[in-house]
Design a protein around this ligand. Structure first.
Ligand code: GLY
Length: 341
Protein backbone atom coordinates (compact mmCIF):
# COMPACT_ATOMS: atom_id res chain seq x y z
CA UNK A 1 0.00 0.00 0.00
CA UNK A 2 1.13 3.55 -0.71
CA UNK A 3 -0.23 6.74 0.80
CA UNK A 4 0.23 10.25 -0.56
CA UNK A 5 -0.78 13.11 1.72
CA UNK A 6 -1.91 16.33 0.06
CA UNK A 7 -0.95 18.90 2.67
CA UNK A 8 -2.99 22.09 2.34
CA UNK A 9 -3.62 25.04 4.66
CA UNK A 10 -7.17 23.77 5.12
CA UNK A 11 -8.67 20.48 3.96
CA UNK A 12 -5.60 18.24 3.69
CA UNK A 13 -6.36 14.70 2.59
CA UNK A 14 -4.84 11.40 1.65
CA UNK A 15 -4.67 9.35 -1.49
CA UNK A 16 -4.48 5.64 -0.77
CA UNK A 17 -3.15 3.39 -3.52
CA UNK A 18 -3.58 -0.32 -3.03
CA UNK A 19 -4.16 -3.31 -5.23
CA UNK A 20 -7.59 -4.78 -4.46
CA UNK A 21 -8.42 -1.76 -2.30
CA UNK A 22 -12.08 -2.01 -3.34
CA UNK A 23 -12.55 -5.01 -1.08
CA UNK A 24 -11.43 -2.89 1.93
CA UNK A 25 -13.38 0.24 1.03
CA UNK A 26 -15.59 0.33 4.10
CA UNK A 27 -12.57 0.25 6.36
CA UNK A 28 -10.85 3.26 4.72
CA UNK A 29 -14.03 5.32 4.45
CA UNK A 30 -15.15 4.57 8.02
CA UNK A 31 -11.80 5.85 9.33
CA UNK A 32 -12.86 9.33 8.23
CA UNK A 33 -16.62 9.39 7.66
CA UNK A 34 -18.74 8.90 10.77
CA UNK A 35 -22.29 9.21 9.37
CA UNK A 36 -24.42 6.39 8.05
CA UNK A 37 -25.44 7.25 4.50
CA UNK A 38 -23.32 7.28 1.34
CA UNK A 39 -24.50 8.43 -2.10
CA UNK A 40 -22.53 6.87 -4.93
CA UNK A 41 -22.44 8.82 -8.20
CA UNK A 42 -21.34 6.74 -11.17
CA UNK A 43 -21.99 6.20 -14.88
CA UNK A 44 -23.77 3.35 -16.64
CA UNK A 45 -20.51 1.78 -17.93
CA UNK A 46 -18.61 1.84 -14.66
CA UNK A 47 -21.77 0.69 -12.86
CA UNK A 48 -21.73 -2.51 -14.91
CA UNK A 49 -18.25 -3.42 -13.68
CA UNK A 50 -18.12 -2.08 -10.14
CA UNK A 51 -21.37 -0.75 -8.69
CA UNK A 52 -22.69 -3.98 -7.24
CA UNK A 53 -19.31 -4.90 -5.78
CA UNK A 54 -18.84 -1.47 -4.20
CA UNK A 55 -22.39 -1.37 -2.86
CA UNK A 56 -22.11 -4.82 -1.29
CA UNK A 57 -18.87 -3.92 0.45
CA UNK A 58 -20.11 -0.56 1.68
CA UNK A 59 -23.37 -2.04 2.93
CA UNK A 60 -21.35 -3.89 5.60
CA UNK A 61 -21.14 -0.55 7.41
CA UNK A 62 -23.29 2.05 5.64
CA UNK A 63 -26.67 2.71 4.08
CA UNK A 64 -25.99 3.17 0.36
CA UNK A 65 -27.85 5.03 -2.38
CA UNK A 66 -26.71 5.52 -5.95
CA UNK A 67 -27.25 7.89 -8.86
CA UNK A 68 -26.27 6.66 -12.33
CA UNK A 69 -25.64 9.07 -15.22
CA UNK A 70 -24.88 8.23 -18.87
CA UNK A 71 -21.17 7.72 -19.57
CA UNK A 72 -19.14 10.23 -21.56
CA UNK A 73 -18.25 13.91 -21.62
CA UNK A 74 -21.87 14.92 -22.34
CA UNK A 75 -22.67 14.19 -18.68
CA UNK A 76 -20.49 17.13 -17.63
CA UNK A 77 -23.43 19.35 -18.41
CA UNK A 78 -25.76 21.68 -16.58
CA UNK A 79 -28.64 19.28 -17.39
CA UNK A 80 -26.92 16.28 -15.81
CA UNK A 81 -25.87 18.43 -12.86
CA UNK A 82 -29.53 19.40 -12.27
CA UNK A 83 -30.69 15.82 -12.68
CA UNK A 84 -28.15 14.55 -10.11
CA UNK A 85 -29.09 17.27 -7.61
CA UNK A 86 -32.78 16.50 -8.10
CA UNK A 87 -32.25 12.78 -7.53
CA UNK A 88 -30.19 13.44 -4.41
CA UNK A 89 -32.87 15.75 -3.02
CA UNK A 90 -35.54 13.15 -3.77
CA UNK A 91 -33.48 10.71 -1.75
CA UNK A 92 -33.48 13.22 1.12
CA UNK A 93 -29.76 13.81 1.23
CA UNK A 94 -28.56 15.89 4.23
CA UNK A 95 -25.71 18.37 4.17
CA UNK A 96 -23.34 16.25 6.28
CA UNK A 97 -23.76 13.12 4.17
CA UNK A 98 -21.11 11.78 1.82
CA UNK A 99 -20.99 11.75 -1.97
CA UNK A 100 -18.74 9.08 -3.43
CA UNK A 101 -17.54 9.50 -7.03
CA UNK A 102 -17.04 6.10 -8.66
CA UNK A 103 -15.65 6.44 -12.18
CA UNK A 104 -13.38 8.45 -14.45
CA UNK A 105 -12.76 12.16 -14.86
CA UNK A 106 -16.30 13.10 -15.88
CA UNK A 107 -17.78 11.50 -12.77
CA UNK A 108 -15.09 13.01 -10.54
CA UNK A 109 -15.55 16.55 -11.88
CA UNK A 110 -19.34 16.36 -11.80
CA UNK A 111 -19.54 14.84 -8.31
CA UNK A 112 -17.03 17.35 -6.98
CA UNK A 113 -19.09 20.19 -8.40
CA UNK A 114 -22.31 18.85 -6.89
CA UNK A 115 -20.44 18.43 -3.58
CA UNK A 116 -19.20 22.01 -3.78
CA UNK A 117 -22.57 23.55 -4.50
CA UNK A 118 -25.44 21.49 -3.08
CA UNK A 119 -26.28 22.96 0.36
CA UNK A 120 -23.18 25.15 -0.24
CA UNK A 121 -20.99 22.13 0.31
CA UNK A 122 -21.08 18.43 1.15
CA UNK A 123 -18.18 16.08 1.88
CA UNK A 124 -17.05 13.90 -1.02
CA UNK A 125 -14.55 11.16 -1.70
CA UNK A 126 -13.53 9.60 -4.95
CA UNK A 127 -12.62 6.24 -6.40
CA UNK A 128 -11.09 7.11 -9.78
CA UNK A 129 -11.29 4.06 -12.02
CA UNK A 130 -9.49 5.27 -15.17
CA UNK A 131 -5.75 5.86 -15.45
CA UNK A 132 -6.38 9.43 -16.60
CA UNK A 133 -8.42 10.28 -13.52
CA UNK A 134 -6.05 8.44 -11.18
CA UNK A 135 -3.16 10.47 -12.58
CA UNK A 136 -4.78 13.82 -12.79
CA UNK A 137 -8.36 14.93 -12.25
CA UNK A 138 -9.09 13.14 -8.98
CA UNK A 139 -6.25 15.02 -7.27
CA UNK A 140 -6.16 18.71 -6.52
CA UNK A 141 -9.82 19.63 -6.17
CA UNK A 142 -10.64 21.05 -9.60
CA UNK A 143 -14.34 20.40 -10.16
CA UNK A 144 -16.72 21.59 -12.83
CA UNK A 145 -18.86 21.13 -15.89
CA UNK A 146 -18.73 22.16 -19.54
CA UNK A 147 -20.89 24.95 -20.92
CA UNK A 148 -21.39 26.78 -24.22
CA UNK A 149 -19.16 24.17 -25.92
CA UNK A 150 -16.28 25.04 -23.60
CA UNK A 151 -14.70 22.51 -21.30
CA UNK A 152 -14.62 23.08 -17.53
CA UNK A 153 -15.88 26.62 -17.93
CA UNK A 154 -18.11 26.53 -14.82
CA UNK A 155 -16.56 25.12 -11.68
CA UNK A 156 -14.69 25.69 -8.48
CA UNK A 157 -12.04 24.23 -6.22
CA UNK A 158 -13.34 21.69 -3.73
CA UNK A 159 -10.95 19.20 -2.19
CA UNK A 160 -12.13 15.65 -1.55
CA UNK A 161 -11.89 14.06 1.92
CA UNK A 162 -10.13 11.00 0.55
CA UNK A 163 -9.07 9.50 -2.80
CA UNK A 164 -8.99 5.72 -3.12
CA UNK A 165 -7.06 4.19 -6.02
CA UNK A 166 -7.22 0.49 -6.81
CA UNK A 167 -4.79 -0.30 -9.67
CA UNK A 168 -6.87 -3.42 -10.38
CA UNK A 169 -9.53 -1.18 -11.93
CA UNK A 170 -7.08 -0.56 -14.77
CA UNK A 171 -7.57 -4.17 -15.86
CA UNK A 172 -10.99 -3.35 -17.30
CA UNK A 173 -9.81 -0.26 -19.22
CA UNK A 174 -9.86 -0.38 -23.03
CA UNK A 175 -6.36 -0.03 -24.55
CA UNK A 176 -7.08 3.44 -25.93
CA UNK A 177 -8.25 4.65 -22.53
CA UNK A 178 -5.10 3.26 -20.97
CA UNK A 179 -2.92 5.15 -23.44
CA UNK A 180 -4.97 8.25 -22.68
CA UNK A 181 -3.87 8.06 -19.04
CA UNK A 182 -0.28 7.27 -20.03
CA UNK A 183 -0.06 10.72 -21.66
CA UNK A 184 -0.55 12.42 -18.27
CA UNK A 185 1.64 9.90 -16.46
CA UNK A 186 4.50 10.49 -18.88
CA UNK A 187 3.94 14.24 -18.51
CA UNK A 188 4.44 13.99 -14.72
CA UNK A 189 7.71 12.12 -15.27
CA UNK A 190 8.86 14.68 -17.82
CA UNK A 191 8.09 17.81 -15.80
CA UNK A 192 9.18 16.67 -12.37
CA UNK A 193 10.39 13.12 -11.85
CA UNK A 194 13.46 11.89 -13.81
CA UNK A 195 13.48 8.73 -11.65
CA UNK A 196 9.96 7.89 -12.89
CA UNK A 197 11.04 8.65 -16.46
CA UNK A 198 13.86 6.13 -16.03
CA UNK A 199 11.47 3.54 -14.55
CA UNK A 200 9.07 3.95 -17.47
CA UNK A 201 11.84 3.04 -19.92
CA UNK A 202 11.60 -0.57 -18.76
CA UNK A 203 7.82 -0.55 -19.43
CA UNK A 204 6.81 -1.69 -15.95
CA UNK A 205 3.32 -2.71 -14.92
CA UNK A 206 1.41 0.42 -13.83
CA UNK A 207 1.33 -0.57 -10.18
CA UNK A 208 1.24 1.14 -6.78
CA UNK A 209 4.86 2.27 -7.09
CA UNK A 210 4.47 3.93 -10.50
CA UNK A 211 1.18 5.63 -9.56
CA UNK A 212 2.82 6.86 -6.34
CA UNK A 213 5.81 8.34 -8.19
CA UNK A 214 3.55 10.07 -10.65
CA UNK A 215 1.23 11.52 -7.99
CA UNK A 216 4.19 12.83 -6.02
CA UNK A 217 4.78 15.34 -8.83
CA UNK A 218 1.21 16.60 -8.75
CA UNK A 219 1.18 16.59 -4.93
CA UNK A 220 4.05 19.08 -4.69
CA UNK A 221 2.57 21.42 -7.28
CA UNK A 222 -0.92 21.40 -5.74
CA UNK A 223 0.53 22.00 -2.27
CA UNK A 224 2.61 24.91 -3.51
CA UNK A 225 -0.25 26.49 -5.45
CA UNK A 226 -3.69 25.09 -4.60
CA UNK A 227 -5.60 27.64 -6.69
CA UNK A 228 -3.56 27.41 -9.89
CA UNK A 229 -2.04 30.89 -9.90
CA UNK A 230 1.61 29.94 -10.34
CA UNK A 231 3.63 26.73 -10.07
CA UNK A 232 0.62 24.45 -10.53
CA UNK A 233 0.46 25.71 -14.09
CA UNK A 234 3.51 23.52 -14.79
CA UNK A 235 0.95 20.70 -14.97
CA UNK A 236 -0.19 22.36 -18.18
CA UNK A 237 2.96 21.18 -19.93
CA UNK A 238 1.80 19.85 -23.29
CA UNK A 239 -1.68 21.30 -22.70
CA UNK A 240 -1.20 24.72 -24.28
CA UNK A 241 -0.45 23.16 -27.66
CA UNK A 242 -2.42 19.99 -26.85
CA UNK A 243 -5.72 21.84 -26.43
CA UNK A 244 -5.20 23.44 -29.83
CA UNK A 245 -5.17 20.05 -31.55
CA UNK A 246 -7.44 18.03 -29.22
CA UNK A 247 -10.75 19.25 -30.62
CA UNK A 248 -9.50 19.94 -34.12
CA UNK A 249 -8.43 16.33 -34.69
CA UNK A 250 -10.82 14.72 -32.21
CA UNK A 251 -7.98 13.31 -30.12
CA UNK A 252 -8.24 11.84 -26.65
CA UNK A 253 -6.99 14.28 -24.03
CA UNK A 254 -3.90 12.30 -22.98
CA UNK A 255 -2.95 11.72 -26.59
CA UNK A 256 -3.27 15.44 -27.37
CA UNK A 257 -1.12 16.22 -24.32
CA UNK A 258 1.57 13.80 -25.52
CA UNK A 259 1.65 15.49 -28.93
CA UNK A 260 1.47 18.91 -27.26
CA UNK A 261 4.60 17.97 -25.28
CA UNK A 262 6.43 17.34 -28.53
CA UNK A 263 5.34 20.74 -29.82
CA UNK A 264 6.43 22.50 -26.60
CA UNK A 265 9.80 20.76 -26.73
CA UNK A 266 10.24 21.79 -30.33
CA UNK A 267 9.41 25.38 -29.35
CA UNK A 268 11.94 25.23 -26.48
CA UNK A 269 14.65 23.87 -28.76
CA UNK A 270 14.00 26.64 -31.30
CA UNK A 271 14.36 29.18 -28.49
CA UNK A 272 17.67 27.58 -27.50
CA UNK A 273 16.26 26.66 -24.06
CA UNK A 274 15.48 22.95 -24.22
CA UNK A 275 18.20 20.31 -24.35
CA UNK A 276 17.89 18.82 -27.87
CA UNK A 277 18.18 15.26 -26.59
CA UNK A 278 14.88 15.58 -24.76
CA UNK A 279 12.96 15.28 -28.03
CA UNK A 280 14.33 11.84 -28.88
CA UNK A 281 13.92 10.68 -25.28
CA UNK A 282 10.21 11.45 -25.45
CA UNK A 283 9.89 9.71 -28.80
CA UNK A 284 11.44 6.60 -27.22
CA UNK A 285 8.79 6.60 -24.50
CA UNK A 286 5.92 7.25 -26.93
CA UNK A 287 7.10 4.36 -29.11
CA UNK A 288 7.42 2.11 -26.10
CA UNK A 289 3.81 2.75 -25.04
CA UNK A 290 2.58 2.65 -28.64
CA UNK A 291 1.28 6.21 -28.47
CA UNK A 292 1.13 7.16 -32.11
CA UNK A 293 2.55 10.56 -32.98
CA UNK A 294 2.96 12.87 -35.82
CA UNK A 295 4.88 16.09 -35.68
CA UNK A 296 2.60 19.10 -35.80
CA UNK A 297 4.24 22.44 -36.49
CA UNK A 298 3.59 24.39 -33.29
CA UNK A 299 3.70 27.71 -35.14
CA UNK A 300 0.50 26.84 -36.97
CA UNK A 301 -1.55 26.70 -33.73
CA UNK A 302 -0.68 29.98 -32.11
CA UNK A 303 -3.97 31.61 -33.09
CA UNK A 304 -5.91 28.84 -31.33
CA UNK A 305 -3.72 29.14 -28.26
CA UNK A 306 -4.53 32.82 -27.87
CA UNK A 307 -8.16 31.83 -27.19
CA UNK A 308 -7.33 29.25 -24.53
CA UNK A 309 -9.07 30.07 -21.23
CA UNK A 310 -5.84 29.74 -19.26
CA UNK A 311 -4.42 32.84 -20.85
CA UNK A 312 -4.46 35.55 -18.25
CA UNK A 313 -5.07 39.08 -19.55
CA UNK A 314 -3.14 38.88 -22.78
CA UNK A 315 -0.30 36.70 -21.52
CA UNK A 316 0.25 33.17 -22.78
CA UNK A 317 1.68 30.96 -20.06
CA UNK A 318 3.82 28.51 -21.98
CA UNK A 319 5.44 25.71 -20.04
CA UNK A 320 8.87 24.81 -21.33
CA UNK A 321 11.53 22.32 -20.36
CA UNK A 322 15.22 22.75 -19.85
CA UNK A 323 15.65 19.01 -19.47
CA UNK A 324 13.73 15.97 -18.21
CA UNK A 325 12.42 16.95 -14.76
CA UNK A 326 13.09 20.66 -15.26
CA UNK A 327 9.96 22.50 -16.34
CA UNK A 328 9.35 26.20 -15.91
CA UNK A 329 6.77 28.84 -16.84
CA UNK A 330 7.61 30.98 -19.84
CA UNK A 331 5.06 33.81 -20.05
CA UNK A 332 4.82 35.56 -23.42
CA UNK A 333 2.72 38.64 -24.02
CA UNK A 334 0.25 38.11 -26.81
CA UNK A 335 1.58 41.18 -28.60
CA UNK A 336 5.11 39.71 -28.57
CA UNK A 337 4.04 36.32 -29.81
CA UNK A 338 4.24 37.15 -33.52
CA UNK A 339 7.80 38.46 -33.17
CA UNK A 340 8.86 35.37 -31.27
CA UNK A 341 7.44 32.93 -33.77
N1 GLY B 1 -5.06 19.15 -14.46
C1 GLY B 1 -4.20 20.16 -14.01
C2 GLY B 1 -4.41 20.56 -12.59
O1 GLY B 1 -5.03 19.87 -11.83
O2 GLY B 1 -3.98 21.63 -12.23
Amino acid sequence: MKRVKIQLKKNSYEIIIEKDLLSRLSFFIAEIYKNKKIYIITDDQVAEFYLQKVRTILEEKFIVEDVIVPHGESSKSIETYCSVVKQLLNKNIRRNELLLALGGGVIGDLTGFVAATLYRGLPYMSIPTSLLSQMDSSIGGKTGIDFDERKNIIGCFKQPKLVLIDPNTLNTLPVEEFKNGMGELIKHAVIGNPKLFQMLLSKPEIDEEIIFESLTVKKHLVEADEFDQGERMLLNFGHTFGHAIELKYNLKHGHAVALGMLMAIHFGIDLGITNKEVYSKILTILNLYEISYQEYNYKAYVKDIVYDKKNIAGVIQFVLLRDIGKAFLYPVEESKLKELL
